[in-house]
Design a protein. Structure first.
Length: 94
């Protein structure tokens, strides 16, 4: 799931979340979960998502110190979206 297609789609997905859910990371994660899995995320899923996105933001800031906050958030959310789309929920039918 690291193909150019998957990365590009994740970037578009992330921008959709930012546009529709607003600036709060938790709201973006909730919407991503609903759109990807058609279920409400548990509080633990939201918390884990927020931790993941914050870690990504920190990493991106270190790698690209001149990047602005909007770019950092979009790139962090794109990585989160890529993780969602690579999850086992898309590999197995319950």
């Amino acid at each position: 799931m690291n193909s150019d297609f998957a990365v590009e789609y994740s970037q578009h997905f992330a921008q959709r979340l930012i546009d529709k859910a607003g600036p709060k990371t938790a709201d973006q994660i909730k919407l991503a979960w609903k759109l990807a899995f058609s279920t409400e995320p548990a509080a633990a899923d939201i918390a884990a998502g927020e931790q993941f996105v914050e870690l990504q933001r920190t990493t991106i800031r270190e790698q690209s110190p001149k990047a602005n906050d909007a770019t950092i958030q979009q790139r962090a959310m794109a990585t989160f979206c890529q993780v969602l789309l690579s999850s086992n929920r898309f590999l197995y039918v319950d």
